[in-house]
Design a protein around this ligand. Structure first.
Ligand code: F6P
Length: 328
C-alpha cells in the first residue's frame, strides 16, 4: 500500500483501561505488517509536548496483550489545552518525522486530537479506551467488558458476606456521568436496586423497594450506586438514610474504586483491541483522519470524532426493566 504516511505515533491518554495494551500491540504490529514505522508516545499528550518518543517494532510489544494498564503510561494534560502547548507538540512530532497518530482514550483525548488536526492539518485517528462505555459511535469501549467482570466478581464476594450476616450493602462503582457499569454489573450480579446518573428514581422508591424485599423474605441485599447517581446522597449518606428509615437493616458500604480500572483484560477486550488497532492504522494509511474506530453490531466502523464527542450514549431501558423484574 503506498501512502504519504510513513511513520505513525501511538499514545494512550486520559483514564487508563484494560485492553489499552492490546490496542497498542495491534497498532504497532499492523504498522510492522504494512511496513510503516511506528513510534511510542509516552505519557499521553504531555509526552508529545516533551518529545518523549521511542521507536517500536513488532517485538517491542511482546507479552503485553494480557496486561492491564498501559505500557505507554497515561496522563491528563493541561498544557495540550493551550495553543502554545499544541504547537510544541506539533514541532516535536515534525522533528521526529511522525506523520500521523493514533490516540487511545476517551472524549477529552479525542477533543484534543481534532483540535490539533484543525490547527496543523495533522492526521489523527481515535480508538475508544475507557471503562465507562460512554463514547458515542461504538457499542463497546475498550475496558468496559473487563471492568464489568471485575465488578461482578467483587459483588459475588460481597454477596457471600452480605448473606452470612443478613446485611444490606451499598456498593459504589465507577461512572461519573453514565451508569453503564452500574446497570450491566447490577443485572449480572443480581442487585436489588441500581442507582444511575441517567435516572433519579428517588429515595422514596429505594425505601419502598428495600421494605418490599424484606417483606418478601430476602435476608440480604445489594444496591449498586454509580458514583454520579442523582439521588444527591453518596453511598455513606445512603447508608445513614436507610438505617434511619428502616432500622431493621444492618447496612455496610463498599466503594470499589480504581480496582475497576485494572486487571487482565477479558478475551472480548483483547479481540476488540486487536480489531480496532488494525482498522485505525489501515484508515490512516488510506488517507483518512479525524475518525474514531468503533464496533457497531459486531462490525468495525469509523465515526467522525466530532460526532463521537457530541453524541450521547443511551442507557438501555430494557435492562432497567429486566432488573425490575428480577427483583420481584
Ligand atoms: O475511567 C473513567 C473513570 O473511571 C470514571 O468513571 C471516574 O470518575 C474517573 O475515571 C476517575 O478517574 P481519575 O481518578 O483517574 O481521575
Amino acid at each position: 500500500m503506498s501512502s504519504k504516511i510513513k511513520k505513525i505515533g501511538v499514545l494512550t491518554s486520559g483514564g487508563d483501561s484494560p485492553g489499552m495494551n492490546a490496542a497498542i500491540r495491534s497498532v504497532v504490529r499492523t504498522c510492522a505488517y504494512m511496513e510503516v514505522d511506528c513510534v511510542a508516545i509516552y505519557r499521553g499528550y504531555q509526552g508529545m509536548i516533551e518529545g518523549h518518543f521511542e521507536p517500536m517494532n513488532a517485538r517491542s510489544v511482546n507479552n503485553i496483550i494480557n496486561k492491564g494498564g498501559t505500557i505507554l503510561k497515561s496522563a491528563r494534560c493541561d498544557d495540550f489545552r493551550s495553543k502554545e502547548g499544541r504547537k510544541k507538540a506539533y514541532d516535536q512530532l515534525r522533528a521526529a518525522g511522525i506523520d500521523a497518530f493514533v490516540v487511545i482514550g476517551g472524549d477529552g483525548s479525542f477533543t484534543g486530537a481534532i483540535t490539533f488536526n484543525a490547527e496543523f492539518n495533522f492526521p489523527v485517528m481515535g480508538i475508544p479506551g475507557t471503562i465507562d462505555n460512554d463514547i458515542f459511535g461504538t457499542n463497546y469501549t475498550l475496558g468496559f467488558d473487563t471492568a464489568l467482570n471485575t465488578v461482578v466478581d467483587a459483588i459475588d464476594k460481597i454477596r457471600d458476606t452480605a448473606s452470612s450476616h443478613n446485611r444490606l450493602f451499598f456498593v459504589e462503582v465507577m461512572g461519573r456521568d453514565v451508569g453503564h457499569i452500574a446497570l450491566n454489573a447490577g443485572v449480572g450480579a443480581g442487585a436489588e436496586e441500581i442507582l444511575i446518573p441517567e435516572e433519579n428514581l428517588g429515595l422514596e422508591r429505594l425505601l419502598e423497594s428495600l421494605k418490599r424485599s424484606k417483606a418478601s423474605g430476602k435476608s440480604s441485599s445489594i444496591v449498586i450506586v454509580a458514583e454520579g447517581d442523582k439521588t444527591g446522597k453518596n453511598v455513606f449518606e445512603l447508608k445513614e438514610y436507610v438505617e434511619k428509615h428502616i432500622p431493621i437493616y444492618d447496612v455496610r458500604v463498599s466503594v470499589l474504586g480504581h480496582m475497576q480500572r485494572g486487571g487482565t483484560p477479558t478475551c472480548f477486550d483483547r479481540v476488540l483491541a486487536s480489531r480496532m488497532g488494525v482498522k485505525a492504522v489501515e484508515a490512516l494509511l488510506k488517507g483518512k483522519t479525524n475518525l474514531m474506530v468503533g464496533i457497531q453490531n459486531n462490525k468495525i466502523t469509523l465515526t467522525e470524532i466530532s460526532e463521537a464527542i457530541k453524541g450521547h450514549t443511551k442507557i438501555d431501558k430494557e435492562l432497567i426493566r429486566v432488573s425490575d423484574i428480577m427483583t420481584v
